[in-house]
Every structure is written in C-alpha cells, then in structure tokens.
Design a protein around this ligand. Structure first.
Ligand code: NAD
Length: 497
C-alpha cells in the first residue's frame, strides 16, 4: 500500500558538467521502493568512463570556484539552503518513498539538510587563518587551500541529509566534487541538479555519478584526479576504501558503523531515559549509525526498565512511510530486511525475546519488522557485538560502574554513547572512560553542528563537523616570511657558522 509521490521520475541520470547524462555504456540499474519492492525507476549505472568525465568536469570548474571569495561562496550556499527549503515537501516525500523513512522524520532530515548549508555558509565567512610571530625576526601565516576535486560516497540511511553533510563543507571550502549516492536510494539525489542550478552553482563544480558501489564508487576511489575521499558507510567498505586509497595516498575520512551503548543507572530519571532509549533505537527505522542499540541497565532497576522498554516497543506504530502517524516505516531493501530478520533469528537463540521479533500482522507486504527487544544478552552474543542497523535492541544488566564501562567498551565499535544518571560526577567519569567519539549525558542524540562528529575503533577515522570539516577539505600551507636580517650559514663561503 503506497502512493507514488508527485513528480516521481522513471529515469535517474548522472549530472556531469551541469548536464544530465547517461552512462557511457548505457547501463542502468532498477530502483525499487521498500513497500512494494517493485522497481519504479531505472538509474544510470556509472563506471570508470563516467567517473572520469565527472572528474574532468570538476577539474575544469575547480580553479574559478576556489578563487571565489568566501562571502560569494557563502551566498551561494545560502541560496542552496533556500532551494532545499522551497522543495521541502517534495524532498521529504521522495526520501520517505525511496528509503522507507516515516514521512515526519524525513521532513526533519530535509530541514537538517538546509541547515547544513546555512551553517557552513556561516563557518566559512567567520573562519580566520592563523599567524605566528617570532619577535621581530619572522612571521609565519597559514593559508588554507581547497584540496581540489573531492570524492563523496554516501550511504542509504537519511541519504539526502548525509549528502548535504559532505556537500556543504566541501563547497564552502572551495572544492569541486563528485558525489556517488547510495544505489538503494538515489531518488532524493535526483533533486540536487535543479537545486544547484537554481542557486547558481557553476556547471562542473558539483557532479553526481550514480551506480553500484564496487563499480562507480570504486572508480571514484581509484581515480588519480581525486585526492580526497569522504566516506560514510559500513566498516567493511571503509576498510576496503582505505586500502584502495593507499595506492594514491589519498586523504580519507571514514564515518562507519556503530553499536552504541545507552547506560542507565538506577538513580536516573527513568522516564526520560526510557523515552530516549526508545527514540534512540527505533527512530529512523533503527537504521541510524548512532542508535543506542545496546542498553545497559543497573541491576536494581533492570527488571522494571526492561519490562517498560518491551511495553513501549510493542506500542510503537509501525506503518506505511507516507502515513504521518507512522513511527517505524519499512526497511530500505529486501536484502537488508532479510539481514535484520536473520539477526532476530540469531537473537532468539542467544537471548530472551521480550518484544517484537517478526513482521507485524497488519502489514502483509513491504519490509516491515516489529520493534524488537532482547533481554539478558551476553556480551559475546552476536546481537551484542554486531551492528544490526534495524529496530532491534539488546539489553543487559550490570552491577557496578566498572562493569558498566567494561560492557560499554566490549565491542569493536566506538561511535556514540548515552549515559543516564543524576550523579554528574559519575556521568563525567564514564563519559571520559567510554571508548567512543561522542557521548551524551542525560540526553538523546542532539547535535551541535560546531562539534566534532566521528568515531573511534571500528566506527571511523577522522572527524567532520564545524571547522574539522573545513580542515578536512583544505590543505594548510604555511608561509614563513623574514621580517629583517636572517642569519644564513655561508656554506662554501669559507665559513659555515
Ligand atoms: P555501504 O558501505 O554498503 O555503502 C556505502 C556507500 O559506499 C554506498 O554509496 C556504496 O555504493 C558505496 N560503496 C560500496 N562498495 C564500494 C567500493 N568498493 N568502493 C567505493 N564505494 C563503495 O554502507 P550502507 O549499507 O549504504 O550504509 C550503512 C552503514 O553506514 C552502516 O554501517 C552505518 O552505521 C553506516 N553509517 C555511518 C554513519 C556515521 O556517521 N558514522 C552515518 C550513517 C551510516
């Protein structure tokens, strides 16, 4: 049961040098929606020749874009934000239809996408460059230079927002770029060309090549004209991209998977913690890198909290993505749906299933799964260790602060952590001890765009966000200038002192 959004294209093409383009070899791939799982469009399947064309267009456009003043680039970024906001409803409808995200949450992501452009417009006009003075002898100053043509590779969860999270700082920094959107969700990216054209982004500054990861994505990673790759996706693909990038010594940023803990102490505001835990793991269909997918609960409140979590999970509204009442929509793709169901099967053997665990009875077609809660999950269980990336949560008890920290750190991942306690000293202690790039104390995932975003261990390499993003898309060049006489040893002049 689904209705096609207005203006749904039946063909999705690349965008190269400011023009729509088919693949050089004419290849396409089918794109389906996650409710009917039937193809609604054919998308161009890019390969090395298409990436090469896109990189050439970006190289040609780069010098003029890089030479533009920061204010001029910021003005264009703000116009991009305007154009995104003007298409708010269509964009959210496309995203929800293609990815299965509930429409209300897709609207939120569309707003965030516009905000990313406004934010980086502000950053680039406010940012200064450093100078270092050595008394009256020498001054050294830093010049930030855009790296050139950036390669951006993005995943299928909240695709448009995550694309904007890379596009905005790359453009703000003065890079030209080639974007390779995720093949399961290319629909919302089909709106970028009209957005960029309307905002006055010069042809060739942004190029989009659709396609399969190990064809179009790999060609971008392998292209010698792309010195930098910004990647968000799974840990395995990230590892592979780092290996491939080594050939050309590319700079890479890796935003990878997660298995983030939510640690709930007995003294916490349990109502607030419960709301946060439920939202943190079931919003965005559980397809969220920072999902608190392991809930560690202090023993005295373990039974009560786990029971209430199961009750709430049973009440979460699973339904068609386009329905404003829906809280959990359809998982993005049948392959991913099977993967999540497979993990639920593993969980049934490893732990106690206390909520969900299958397709909801009222939804007979589409990639729907009930919000699922497993209790008493052992630390070596696969559902405790591995990223499921669906509406599935593993709950386990702990007895001491030391055990809470040990359990929180007992996976290969280290993206986010959430700590619930009214003892603020303990909250800070745990925040410092937890192996993760980001921690929230008594809060769910509220972002401040100025702060570093990224993970440790298998969750990533590098940081984006705020000035970190601008650093990533720029090379810092230091210029040293003598202000007076400099003593230079006179080699070959009879004295080298
Ligand atoms: P994925 O790794 O399968 O694909 C991500 C992108 O990489 C896609 O565009 C894909 O086409 C491309 N790709 C695949 N193989 C490639 C190759 N050989 N060379 C170049 N590109 C290639 O990931 P996914 O399944 O689309 O996304 C889900 C994953 O993303 C989850 O693990 C999730 O945690 C992670 N994620 C992380 C963050 C973060 O900020 N840390 C944010 C969102 C998602």
């Amino acid at each position: 049961m689904t209705t096609n959004p207005e203006g749904l294209p039946s063909v999705i093409r690349h965008w190269i040098g400011g023009e729509p383009a088919d693949s050089a070899d004419g290849h396409t791939f089918p794109v389906a929606d996650p409710v009917t799982n039937t193809p609604y469009a054919q998308a161009a399947a890019g390969g090395p020749a298409d990436v090469d064309r896109a990189v050439s267009a970006a190289q040609a456009a780069f010098p003029a874009w890089a030479a533009l003043g920061n204010r001029a680039r910021a003005n264009i970024l703000n116009r991009i934000a305007d154009a995104v906001e003007d298409r708010h409803e269509r964009l959210a409808a496309f995203e929800s239809y293609d990815s299965g995200l509930p429409i209300t949450q897709a609207r939120g992501q569309a707003r965030r996408a516009a905000e990313n452009f406004r934010y980086f417009a502000d950053v680039i006009v406010a940012l200064g460059e450093e100078a270092f003075r050595q008394g009256t002898d020498q001054i050294s100053y830093v010049v930030r230079q855009p790296v050139g043509v950036a390669g951006l590779i993005t995943p299928w969860n909240t695709p448009f927002m995550l694309e904007s999270w890379k596009l905005a700082p790359a453009l703000a920094s003065g890079c030209a770029l080639v974007l390779k959107p995720a093949e399961w969700t290319p629909l919302s990216a089909s709106l970028w060309p009209e957005i960029f054209a309307e905002a006055g982004v010069p042809a060739g500054v942004v190029n989009i090549v659709h396609g399969i990861g190990d064809e179009a994505g790999q060609a971008l990673v392998d292209h010698p004209g792309v010195p930098l790759i910004s990647f968000t996706g799974s840990t395995d693909t990230g590892r592979h991209i780092i290996r491939s990038s080594a050939q050309h010594l590319k700079t890479t940023s890796m935003e990878l998977g997660g298995k983030s803990p939510a640690v709930v102490f007995a003294d916490a505001d349990l109502d607030a913690a419960l709301n946060s835990v439920v939202f943190g793991v079931f919003s965005l269909n559980g397809e969220r890198c920072t999902a608190g997918s392991r809930v560690l609960v202090e023993r005295p409140v373990y039974e009560e909290f786990t029971r209430r979590l199961a009750e709430r999970a049973e009440q979460v509204v699973v339904g068609p993505p386009s329905d404003p009442a829906t809280e959990v929509g359809a998982l993005v793709h049948p392959e991913h749906y099977e993967r999540v169901l497979n993990y639920i099967g593993i969980g049934r053997r490893e732990a106690n299933l206390i909520a969900g665990g299958s397709r909801p009875d009222h939804l007979t077609e589409g990639n729907y799964v009930q919000p699922t809660v497993f209790a008493d999950v052992a630390r070596d269980a696969r559902i405790f260790q591995e990223e499921i990336f669906g509406p599935v949560v593993a709950v386990a008890p702990f007895d001491t602060e030391a055990e809470a920290i040990e359990l929180a750190n007992a996976t290969p991942y280290g993206l986010a952590a959430y700590i619930w306690t009214t003892n603020l000293q303990r909250g800070h202690r745990i925040a410092h001890a937890v192996e993760s790039g980001m921690v929230w104390i008594n809060s769910h995932n509220v972002r401040d765009l100025r702060t570093p975003f990224g993970g440790v261990k298998a969750s990533g390499v590098g940081r984006e966000g705020g000035a970190h993003s601008i650093d990533f898309y720029s090379d810092s060049k230091i210029v040293h200038v003598a202000l007076g006489e400099v003593h230079v040893p006179t080699f070959g002049g009879g004295s080298s002192r």
